[in-house]
Design a protein around this ligand. Sequence first.
Ligand SMILES: *[C@@H]1O[C@H](CO)[C@@H](O)[C@H](O)[C@H]1NC(C)=O
Ligand SMILES: *[C@@H]1O[C@H](CO)[C@@H](O)[C@H](O)[C@H]1NC(C)=O
Length: 565
Amino acid sequence: MKGVGGEMCECVTLDHEWGGSYAAKFSASTLHPFVAFEVVLTLDQPAGSLEFWTGEIEKMDDTHFKLYNDNFLVGTGGYLKFDFQVHYSGDSRPDVIDATMNGVDVCDGGDRWTTETPYENSCLSTGMLPYDYSQALCMSFLFYEAQRSGHLPDTQRVTWRWDSAMNDGGDVGLNLTGGYYDAGDHVKFGFPMSFTATMLAWGLIDFAEGYETAGQTDYGREALKWATDYFLEAYTAYWEFYGQVGEGGIDHGYWGRPEDMFMKRPSAKIDTEAPGSELAAETAAALAAASIVFKEDDPDYSTKMLGVAKELYDFADELREYYHNSIKDAAGFYRSWSGYGDELCWAALWLNRATGNKTYLTKAQEHWDEFTLAEDALQFSWDDKKAGDYALGSMLDPENPQYETALKAFLEYLKNDASYTPGGLVFLDEWGSNRHAANVAFISLWAAKYGDQADSEANRQWAEGQMNYIMGDAGHSFVVGFGVDPPQRPHHRSSSCPLPPASCTDGWAQNQDGPNPHVLYGALVGGPAKDGTYVDDRKDYQHNEVACDYNAAYTGALAAMIENS
Ligand SMILES: *[C@@H]1O[C@H](CO)[C@@H](O)[C@H](O)[C@H]1NC(C)=O
Ligand SMILES: *[C@@H]1O[C@H](CO)[C@@H](O)[C@H](O)[C@H]1NC(C)=O
């Protein structure tokens, strides 16, 4: 857009004038991060010179000046501002009537992030009591949208997020964009991401009615596909799978927007030289489960996922190794403590469910025996899938009592022998206690629907108690933006950032005491300590972080709660 009739471009603000000179500010955005800039200013009358301190200057002719800097990192929104001065002879002031930035016309200021339409909760209250599980289910998918990495589609509802990490995979000459940021940070950790996908798929399959009632089936599938698209992309050759992008230490040292990241994000893989059974098997489980979700509506996609799932399972089973020995950086964050036996059984069961092929039940049985999976299930998590093996096995291999027996014993342990907070939350781990409660609530709700009907009512009631504690029985909600007195300061970088052009790396966002500027609707925070205490403190990542895996079984459990309402 041109300045009209000698009118100054909107991207230029006049500061002051004196004889034959003026000082002004340039500010514009192209909504893309960049590492160098070149601004060309066009004047409506000749000027002798321009002065500028943010880079180099080249006078192209009397009315055209190029201002550039070859090494200048600009993040979110590609927002650039600088001061400059114009010196001229003659009586009338040469105005800037045209401006381009990196080849884009920015005379009108360019495309800008805007606060004109503030981000709002698009998940309306449905009036469901005692808690609005339907609204919470809808909001959970807003959280997953906030965790998206890569290029964001036009349908993106979380408008304070933008394209980010567009060079992921560039270090190995591949395109590994997409997938989910793990938690309050921006590493793409494959192991918990694949468990997240498996659990989203499981909920979509076995609590499909709840999803339908809430009108969330399409959003659920979209959230699942955001992960599975990435897994297919990361499976770069036969038995070669990228299981991490970004490095924990480097990533965690940065507090800012994902859109503004310029640090190294190395890519790490498993392959025949350096295998990784937990990661390969959990991704196989995720893809097999997702193949069931998409079987009718997108049979080609479903078939493709199932093919990769089979290969990844064989890879996991035939070349056995702890995945964190191959993707070493993961050892400090998502080390597999429970080993790979639980994932091998889990993947075999999901493959049986997806294919109907009995060979996979035999394989599941072999894993069960080899790894004595009936023992030591104390939680159900990104690490330990044993309780999931019990449930799924009891459905797929009903003649075989081992699964049902172990499932019942696990549910009895939860009710009678596990620790609880004084308020009644089952307390299975200091890290993300809510997430652990929601994970086992999912198993219990599943057993209430599909397991021994004699225990159904007890399992359902117990799980409802856990879910309701999370949603408000504690005296407040543990879900951001939901219910009464919810958390406002989750340990989460992007939602803690002010809208650009304000900086997010100057320490304010991390350290200020107020709410995060963007409400991270739908995110389940870590939860109380064993004594029941909880403080809504951004710095307390043990109790107030959020994560993709925290919301995963929780989302399916919400669908179950809707079915039971
Ligand atoms: C990378 O892959 C994504 C998803 O498949 C695609 O949308 C994008 O265009 C690709 N980027 C490049 C640079 O090829
Ligand atoms: C079942 O799966 C096994 C293992 O992948 C395979 O060898 C076999 O051919 C499959 N059977 C059928 C009927 O597809």
